[in-house]
Write a protein that binds this ligand. Structure first.
Ligand code: XLF
Length: 323
């Protein structure tokens, strides 16, 4: 098996030129590209997929960035995207950004050197960093720029539905546990909930969590909520956080749904496994994943894609945690 040095010698170019060619960074003349490629093929140099990718300009790989690998919602979203990708002969590189701008920036640096065909970003914390990316990008939830399409559920309406349901079930003293400020989706859920409450002339309390899901941190926040017992209805910004709230409430002897009714958001698989099972607002996870990858593949294939907000319907799923 030849190495990069031998390829360079046989092609009569420097190692740096071969490496520029393989990484797709910097200038290499067309004539030199062909020479290098011929030597790569003759020598059976290992990164064949990569070499092929350079020639076809499509590595058939997608970088999928998710913010929180421990959240079941994102497990399900990744599965939907991967199933679709595999069916059409694409593979995924998965990155877990932890909702950290720094980590996302590092992921983007790595992605740039991998010659992936496109990127699916989710709940991105970066903006201008994407202006240097010259491959198609689609975004889940957070907006990145006016040249990148964004897919999300109808979070505003979902928030309204959560209020209306608790109200219909008799709750008049409600708390909303809202997500971090840098999550566009949960800001909208909160707005929908509050607007629906105002319409009915009801004042709701709001506390903000600074994380999506880290049990210890969430439990700490919960301990700080003064007199949680006084509420008869609680809307939590997502299912995984709602599971922690449920555990806390049960731990301090509050019965759900008889003393407090609880509603989450997502309809991820944990909702059904909880006891009592969790009423929630459904995000169409499979459709979200499918739409994200469909939009991306169209752009990779240079088909026309409208750059806009793609909004998918949310739906109330009634279970045991509300009456
Ligand atoms: O970003 C929001 C908050 O958490 C996302 O849709 C989720 O609901 C997933 O659990």
């Amino acid at each position: 098996m030849s190495n990069i040095r031998e390829i360079a010698e046989r092609a009569g170019v420097s190692i740096a030129t071969v490496s520029r060619y393989l990484n797709g960074s910097g200038y290499v003349s067309e004539k030199t590209k062909i020479k290098i490629q011929k030597e790569i093929e003759k020598a059976g140099y290992t990164p064949n997929a990569l070499a092929r990718a350079i020639f076809t300009k499509n590595s058939r790989t997608i970088a999928l960035m998710i913010p929180n690998i421990t959240n079941p919602f994102f497990n399900q979203m990744v599965t939907a995207i991967e199933d679709y990708a595999n069916k059409i002969g694409y593979s995924l590189f998965l990155y877990n950004t932890g909702d950290s701008r720094e980590k996302e920036k590092e992921c983007l640096e790595v992605i740039k050197s991998y010659r992936v065909s496109g990127i699916i970003a989710s709940r991105s914390q970066c903006k201008e960093e994407y202006s240097e990316i010259n491959i198609p990008v689609v975004s889940f939830e957070n907006h990145i720029s006016s040249s990148i399409a964004t897919v999300s559920s109808d979070n505003y309406n979902g928030g309204k539905m959560a209020f209306d349901h608790l109200y219909d079930r008799g709750c008049r003293n409600m708390l909303h546990i809202k997500g971090p400020r840098n999550f566009e989706a949960t800001e909208l859920r909160c707005k929908g909930f509050v607007d629906a409450a105002n319409k009915k002339g009801i004042k709701v309390d709001i506390v903000e969590f600074e994380t999506d899901f880290q049990v210890q941190i969430l439990e700490e926040y919960l301990k700080r909520i003064e007199n949680i017992k006084k509420y008869d209805g609680i809307f939590v910004f997502n299912d995984i956080a709602a599971a922690v709230v449920m555990k806390h409430l049960k731990g301090i002897g509050i019965s759900i749904p008889h003393q407090v009714q609880l509603i989450g958001f997502d309809d991820s698989f944990i909702g059904e496994l909880l006891y009592p099972s969790l009423t929630t607002i459904r995000q169409p996870i499979k459709e979200i994943g499918t739409l994200l990858i469909e939009l991306l593949i169209k752009q990779i294939n240079r088909e026309k894609v409208e750059i806009k907000d793609y909004l998918l319907e949310t739906k109330l799923i009634k279970r045991e945690s509300t009456l």
